[in-house]
Design a protein around this ligand. Structure first.
Ligand code: NAD
Length: 403
């Protein structure tokens, strides 16, 4: 009887696994589950939040990549995985049984228990939350016209990680349109970034990270660094201003966007897997320590990098590799062959700051400016290609010459 593989999540990791399994999927039944009927490019959502890209441009229908001869797509919300009985429980739908399971449920915003984050700041983790950020921004610009309250023109990004920096770059680019709505000069829209640590972007050399930050500063972004946020109140960021005297300070703004890091899906911990911030330390072959038929990949997973003795950082690049690897290992298991260890060599990472600037590392080489931006677009298109194939690259790819 054919075996049933269930893939949870149609992000980078899940779709890459699907692609691998659909290749030569003889005698294999696959079910893909996702709460949405579309895949979104998670690396680009900051552009939707800033209003410089439409969500249509960074999404495509899941049905485009599902081979109906072997795969069934179920649109549903996963509530719990019962790994003892090999069942996936969905909200208001029948449970699905599996022989092999790939958990690729992605990430969630992490508040670190800081008071007021949930109530008074905006998340930016998926299409609905990113669209909400932009809608909120336009509402504030409209409100300014009525009230002339300068706080309507202030935007605070909390956290200067990769996400925060890329969002600031896009917000700078989106300022012109926002200023037009408010009927003010572009310079009147003020961007702030409040960050806990002083050494920003530790994945890059100080010089390279400094290049990106200096660029944003030149564009008028106000950085408050070494200022951990302690609370978010209505239209207010409360931060520790002086670590020696414990003096607190406040920054008022009508738009506060929370980008201080992410955790893996809560479903993983809720289902009894041993997770820390929603991430499970998996075996070298990407299976759960207790279940050799359950693969946990992407942002729900932590894999030890033997060189640094620390888990690899979560990126789209590693998620794609994990998806491919999990698919290959399941195929090996089906043939009664041993699974292989996951190894990963990062090709580097590049942060965009707006549409035509970027900085980062490719291989061992540091890149910046327009060439880096070109490379960044090529990286994005490669991810798109690995999940969506040629069709999606031609329709949604970053370079205009496709069309
Ligand atoms: P992150 O953890 O990389 O950065 C969060 C930042 O917020 C850090 O600088 C941290 O010091 C700061 N912070 C945390 N708590 C704070 C507080 N209370 N007050 C002020 N600042 C605080 O998170 P991220 O930027 O969301 O990225 C998540 C993961 O996704 C990372 O592994 C990142 O590398 C990856 N990512 C990669 C890309 C890319 O490759 N282009 C883009 C986005 C994200």
């Amino acid at each position: 009887m054919s075996k049933h593989v269930v893939i949870l999540g149609a992000g980078y990791a899940g779709l890459r696994a699907l692609h691998e399994l659909q290749k030569g999927a003889n005698d294999l039944k696959i079910t893909l589950v996702d709460q949405n009927d579309y895949h979104f490019e998670a690396t680009d959502i900051h552009e939707v939040a800033a209003g410089i890209q439409t969500s249509e441009r960074i999404t495509y229908p899941i049905k485009d990549v599902v081979k109906s001869s072997c795969t069934t797509f179920v649109q549903g919300t996963v509530e719990k995985i019962d790994s003892e009985n090999q069942l996936v429980h969905l909200k208001d739908q029948e449970a699905i049984s599996y022989d092999y399971l790939i958990v690729a449920l992605g990430y969630e915003s992490e508040s670190f228990g800081i008071p007021g984050v949930e109530e008074f700041s905006l998340k930016m983790v998926d299409i609905p939350t990113s669209e909400k950020v932009y809608q909120h921004l336009t509402e504030q610009m409209e409100a300014y016209k009525e009230t002339k309250d300068e706080n309507c023109l202030k935007i605070v990004v909390c956290g200067a990680g990769f996400t925060g920096i890329e969002l600031l770059g896009s917000l700078h680019e989106g300022k012109k349109k926002l200023a037009e709505i408010a009927g003010v000069e572009t310079e009147k829209i003020q961007l702030y970034c409040v960050e806990a640590v002083t050494r920003l972007l530790p994945m890059f050399s100080e010089k390279l990270g400094g290049y990106g930050i200096d660029h944003l500063k030149k564009w008028g972004v106000d950085f408050l660094v070494g200022k951990p946020i302690k609370e978010i109140k209505q239209d207010t960021v409360v931060y520790l201003d002086n670590q020696e005297t414990n003096e607190m300070n406040e920054l008022n703004a009508k738009t506060i966007i929370w980008t201080t890091g992410v955790s893996g899906s809560h479903v993983v911990g809720d289902s009894g897997f041993s997770a820390k911030r929603g991430r499970v330390m998996v075996q070298a072959d990407l299976t759960d320590a207790e279940h050799s038929n359950v693969y946990i990949i992407g942002d729900c997973s932590a894999v030890m990098d033997k060189e640094s003795n620390r888990p690899y950082p979560t990126t789209a690049q590693i998620s794609l590799k994990m998806g491919e690897h999990a698919g290959k290992n399941i195929k090996a298991q089906l043939k009664g062959e041993p699974t292989k260890e996951f190894t990963f060599k990062s090709l580097g990472s590049v942060a965009s700051i707006g549409n035509s600037h970027a900085f980062g590392v490719v291989g061992k080489m540091e890149v910046k400016g327009y060439p880096a931006s070109f490379i960044k677009k090529a990286i994005m298109d490669r991810s798109l290609f690995e999940t969506g194939g040629v069709k999606e690259v031609l329709a949604k790819g970053r370079f205009d010459f496709y069309r």
